[in-house]
Design a protein around this ligand. Structure first.
Ligand code: PLP
Length: 406
């Protein structure tokens, strides 16, 4: 069992007050707080171990390079990738998916080709494909969730036609918490020779991930949601797909030799890492992954599942509150509206006065908002350090919202 009090003690910010009340941080879907091991790794990275990485011949450059490159293996271990060379560093999922759109998809797609998406994708897994729609005439095929917010994998599989060139799908919705059976989708897509990109930004935080078991071609993660620094991230890319990719950004370590009329590239994965990278951010991500792997993602998942069940029970007990999404086995992410039509921004502001941090808005998922018939929700998203007492604090705060706004 997870020792939540011990974990909370690792996160300095959790002991502060906000608006005179103990902080109840329920905005983890947007970004998670950082444990001391990450803060220390970042501080040490700048205070004692900083220099630019790769090609340096001095002590600090070699030290920073070793620390930075060691993180590739940690990401591979965290995602159970077969080799660290299957990992490309970046600044987060947005960067990762944009890179795949430019490096892999753009050179091999043409007008009329199709990309299958679910309606609950984050804009980071929509906008890069819109670019291809606008620039190449690629068609986006949308698969809808059912009334509970569940996504039937068969509906995704049925949407794959002879012109489909890619399925791009999230493993966990950042709005509904719905978990998607990406393994079933991937194996059916592969039978039709269609690669699959999984947006793992939310999933990798809440559950163990095994990219070899899923079998997907691309799996994107973002460091700041994984208790690591913002500006860190990585994408797993199957070697066959990596071999098909053209570099998207040019400069820095992605080259081998540059002449006036010729250029040769570094070998992958560095072929896809242009310019000075987020050195210390990536080292901080390594510290976060070590921390998570020490605790065990299965233990984190079990704690969050119990929290999710408790929060579901308490929130659905409020008959003036609409919780969007009840898919079985969902992650602990709750998007809410109030029957009286109170604006989610007002809900968030009232909760904030009680030290409770939630997010209000469209959560970068406007197609899903349109599908649900709402323009915004208030979202409480839980992490490994949250407790049942914090669920109770949220419910008390929502009751106050109902009194004031209902
Ligand atoms: N995909 C999902 C499901 C997300 O929740 C987010 C962030 O909220 C992203 C992608 C984008 O991540 P980032 O902004 O870190 O690149």
């Amino acid at each position: 069992m997870l020792d939540v009090e011990k974990i909370r003690a690792d996160f300095p910010i959790l002991s502060r007050e906000v608006n005179g009340k103990p902080l109840v941080y329920l905005d983890n879907g947007a970004s998670a707080q950082k444990p001391s091991v990450v803060i220390d790794a970042v501080t040490r990275g700048y205070a004692e171990e900083y220099a630019n990485v790769h090609r340096g011949l001095h002590y600090l450059s070699n030290l920073a390079t070793d620390k930075y490159e060691a993180v590739r293996g940690k990401v591979a271990q965290f995602l159970n990738a077969a080799h660290e060379d299957h990992i490309v560093f970046n600044t987060g999922t947005t960067m990762g998916i944009n890179m795949i759109a430019y490096s892999w998809a753009m050179p091999r797609m043409q007008a009329g080709d199709e990309i299958v998406l679910s309606v609950m994708e984050h804009h980071a897994n929509i906008v890069p494909w819109h670019f291809l729609r606008e620039r190449l005439g690629v068609v986006l095929k949308w698969v809808e969730t059912d009334a509970t917010g569940a996504l039937d994998p068969q509906k995704v599989i049925d949407a794959i036609g002879p012109k489909t060139k890619l399925v791009a799908i999230t493993q966990v919705s950042n709005v509904l918490g719905t978990k998607v059976d990406v393994k079933t989708i991937t194996s059916a897509a592969h039978e039709k020779d269609v690669p699959v990109l999984v947006d793992g930004s939310q999933a990798a935080v809440h559950m163990p991930v095994d990219v070899q078991d899923i079998g997907c071609d691309f799996y994107a993660i973002t460091g700041h949601k994984l208790y690591g620094p913002s500006g860190s991230g990585a994408i797993y890319i199957k070697p066959e797909r990596m071999a098909e990719m053209r570099p998207f950004l040019g400069g820095g370590d992605m080259i081998n030799e540059v002449g006036r009329d010729v250029i040769t590239y570094n070998t992958p994965p560095m072929k896809f890492e242009a310019g000075t990278p987020g050195i210390v951010q990536t080292i901080g991500l390594g510290a976060a992954l070590d921390y998570l792997m020490d605790i065990g993602m299965d233990k984190i998942a079990a704690h969050e599942d119990a929290l999710c069940a408790y929060a579901s029970e308490r929130l659905t007990g409020l008959n003036w509150l609409n919780v969007q999404g009840h898919a079985p086995g969902k992650a602990a992410i709750f998007s809410m509206t109030m029957s009286g039509g109170a604006h989610p921004h007002d809900i968030s502001t009232i909760l904030d006065k009680r030290g409770i941090a939630v997010r209000a808005g469209h959560h970068c998922a406007q197609p899903l908002m349109a599908h649900m018939g709402v323009s915004a929700t208030a979202r409480a998203s839980f992490a490994m350090y949250n407790t049942k007492d914090e669920v109770d604090a949220l419910v008390d705060g929502l009751e106050l919202c109902n009194k004031l706004l209902g």
